[in-house]
Ligand binder design. Structure first.
Ligand code: FE2
Ligand code: FE2
Length: 228
């Protein structure tokens, strides 16, 4: 799959397909603030235009990835069984550990620094509510969708469920924007205490994990079970 972009313009490809096929493209997209997980169906040219970015500059950066592409083998090439196992063990597990822990830390920071102008007011509640929805979503994947995929059950049931879960992924995109806004893009104020700094660095890592997780499902795993 990785070779399909050689010699053709990347701007006419979807950012989800590029992220799934070009090792390192996800880092470039993160750097430019392109939401390749939830908006993976946008063409690179459209995604750049939406954010008033130079598509030439992004293409140039991606070209560097393209030259090293042959040296790495991505998760996108894994078989379905190991890929599902990787998603559950690496990402579902990390979210179940990370969200409650960061919500607790946020409650502490919000209480101790309530009078500070930059306090992330409401962050703990945002994390708790988001985790409640995400945990239910992951449960549906683990109990229903993934077993059906592993049993290779086709028919309308799997694509219908994929449509529902893909729609739920849009909530992750909104959450990422909200977290970024509430935390000044995960930048603590200069006088922030250690807990506050830990909270923001933990959130930045959580957001990276969320993007990778949704990207692997939306752009790599799910398309294997949906007719084009
Ligand atoms: Fe998942
Ligand atoms: Fe999911």
């Amino acid at each position: 799959m990785g070779r399909r972009f050689r010699g053709q313009s990347l701007r006419d490809e979807t950012i989800g397909a590029i992220a799934a096929s070009l090792p390192g493209a996800d880092r470039v997209f993160r750097e430019f603030g392109l939401n390749f997980c939830c908006e993976g169906k946008l063409l690179l040219a459209e995604a750049a235009a939406r954010r008033a970015l130079s598509v030439e500059e992004i293409e140039h950066r991606l070209t560097v990835c393209r030259t090293v592409e042959r040296f790495s083998k991505g998760t996108a090439e894994q078989d379905t069984g190991p890929l599902i196992q990787h998603i559950v063990q690496r990402y579902h597990r990390a979210h179940r550990l990370g969200f409650p822990e960061l919500a607790r830390l946020s409650r502490h920071v919000e209480a101790v620094h309530a009078a500070h102008a930059s306090v992330p007011c409401g962050l703990a509640v945002t994390l708790e509510n988001a985790f409640e929805a995400l945990d239910e979503h992951m449960h549906d994947e683990e109990q229903t969708l993934f077993p059906a995929m592993l049993r290779r059950r086709h028919g309308p049931f799997v694509p219908d469920l994929i449509a529902v879960l893909t729609h739920e992924h849009l909530g992750v995109g909104s959450l990422l924007q909200r977290l970024r806004f509430m935390t000044n893009a995960f930048t603590p104020p200069p006088d922030a205490c250690r807990s506050w700094r830990l909270l923001y660095s933990g959130l930045a890592a959580l957001v990276d994990d969320l993007q990778d997780h949704v990207h692997l499902e939306n752009n790599v795993l799910f398309p294997r079970f949906v007719a084009v």
